[in-house]
Design a protein around this ligand. Structure first.
Ligand code: FES
Length: 260
């Protein structure tokens, strides 16, 4: 492609004339084009990811990286796939954070503080130092999650921790050795299982599925050619954005009209 070149080891496309800036990976100096993410900069200098890279989209937590920037004493945390490099950044990726996940049957648990006392007793060692929050690359108020739990508010813990990608940096930094990703995961599970109001329309839909009301649609899809299937997919109708309660698809053959 005119004006572009492909970096070695990745499909990273570097704009012609991009300025090179120094970064330090595990203490070794490299010059890399500015504007790259940490992940792409690593690939640019020859690293090949076997682990420590998953979604490349800020969702899996595999690429968490610790770094310092020039003239700043503070330790910083970011996702390699999302964080853009800065000149004189000193960085290292953290390959894995060990943690013990409690084994439980969610159906046998009760949504209260005693469950956490039993499965993750270290939760109650929280010193409220907020180091966990500072380490979170997702900007989750991790300490507030834990403190909410200690006060018995599972709902608040579940809601605050919703963006957690389980990278484990909070746990690695915690002086009380709390295993926040698994503790907050349990809160979200308990909240989903026991505390969220049940969706009545979902129960009805499951009943309809069990009764076979959608089988003819699946049969129809199984019968058509691959080409027709692709065409249907690309020409499917979308619901409008923002949501319009009066919107209905033009083709109403597939609407299951409410019974009863
Ligand atoms: S690779 Fe998944 S969060 Fe970075």
């Amino acid at each position: 492609m005119e004006g572009l070149k492909y970096a070695v080891g990745d499909r990273t496309i570097v704009a012609e004339g991009a300025k090179l800036i120094p970064i330090y990976v595990m203490g070794k100096r490299y010059e890399v084009p500015e504007t790259l993410t940490i992940m792409k900069a690593l690939e640019y200098v020859g690293y090949r990811f076997i682990r420590g890279c998953g979604c490349r989209a800020g969702a899996c937590g595999a690429c968490v990286t610790v770094y310092r920037t020039s003239g700043d004493y503070r330790l910083k945390f970011g996702l390699a796939c999302q964080t853009v490099i800065e000149p004189n950044m000193y960085l290292v990726q953290i390959p894995f954070v060990p943690a013990n996940k409690a084994i439980y049957d969610i159906n046998q648990l009760s949504p209260d503080i005693f469950t956490f006392e039993k499965l993750y007793p270290e939760t109650f060692r929280c010193l409220a130092c907020n180091t966990c929050t500072k380490a979170c690359p997702m900007d989750i108020p991790v300490m507030d999650c834990i403190q909410s739990l200690i006060q018995g508010d599972i709902k608040k813990c579940a809601e605050l921790s919703h963006p957690c990608i389980m990278c484990g940096m909070c746990s690695l930094r915690c002086p009380a050795e709390i295993q926040h990703p698994f503790v907050t995961l349990l809160a979200r599970r308990l909240y989903g299982k026991y505390l969220t109001p049940k969706a009545k329309h979902l129960e009805k839909r499951i009943e309809q599925i069990k009764k076979g009301m959608f089988d003819w649609m699946l049969d129809e899809l199984m019968e058509i050619s691959l080409e027709d299937l692709k065409e249907r997919y690309t020409e499917r109708e979308f619901e409008p954005e923002p949501y319009d309660p009066d919107w209905h698809p033009k083709d109403r053959r597939y609407l299951i009209i409410e019974e009863d």
